[in-house]
Design a protein. Structure first.
Length: 230
């Protein structure tokens, strides 16, 4: 090939440098592409309890309760008595172990008698509804006639003859808290509710007002109605 052809068509040093830069850029792009699509290890997500996530969302929400308190290490938080599902009742009268009993919520009078050691032999439980569901703070009196218990009398053997004629009904407007607690199914809490209602309304004008007091349903009102008066 003639010299003038080689000089005219041959690459110049500048053209060779540009070609080298293009080849270098192509190599770099290829290396970056293969590096970005390489397989990578994926970490499994941690399990989060639904209750914990809801609590965290409430704490992070504007106006929320703030950070959740952390319990002391090694000491589990003790639930309140209401959350534990327990009630406290007072079993008195003709039972083997009278006193305060702690029972699961929803227990009945028969369960309270069982925890108190059972009824003493010969005790008359005709007027005692052993299938009734108990409420927290009430008192279960065993072995006293209904009229005698309403009058607030104590003692006496079970089945012993009562006083001649029916006892006078207990006055809701004048009875003390201790006298109210002698009524069937009425404990310290319910007796205080009756006194609070009496104070707010200025006394009882009718026995039917007992239905307005929290804790007195139709069945309990039926038990109390013949034993009380306004």
């Amino acid at each position: 090939m003639p010299l003038w052809v080689r000089l005219r068509c041959g690459p110049t040093p500048r053209a060779l440098a540009a070609l080298a830069l293009v080849l270098l850029a192509a190599v770099c792009l290829a290396v970056f592409h293969f590096w970005s699509v390489r397989p990578q290890a994926v970490r499994a997500p941690e399990a989060v309890e639904p209750g914990a996530s809801a609590a965290v969302e409430d704490a992070l929400r504007p106006g929320g309760a703030g950070p959740l308190p952390r319990p002391a290490a090694g000491v589990p938080p003790s639930p309140p008595p209401e959350a534990a599902g327990q009630i406290v009742v007072d079993v008195s009268g003709k039972v083997h172990r009278p006193g305060v009993q702690r029972l699961p919520a929803g227990s009945r009078v028969a369960d309270a008698l069982r925890e108190a050691g059972g009824v003493r032999p010969g005790t008359d439980v005709t007027g005692l509804n052993r299938a009734r569901v108990l409420m927290d703070g009430e008192q279960v009196v065993v072995g006293l006639p209904q009229a005698q218990a309403a009058a607030g009398t104590t003692g006496g053997a079970a089945g012993a003859p009562g006083p001649p004629g029916p006892a006078a009904p207990l006055s809701l407007s004048t009875a003390t808290k201790e006298q109210l607690e002698t009524l069937p199914g009425v404990g310290p809490v319910l007796a205080q509710h009756i006194i609070d209602h009496r104070t707010e309304s200025g006394g009882f004008r009718s026995v039917d007002e007992l239905r307005q007091i929290k804790g007195i349903g139709d069945r309990r009102f039926a038990d109390l109605q013949p034993l009380v008066q306004p």
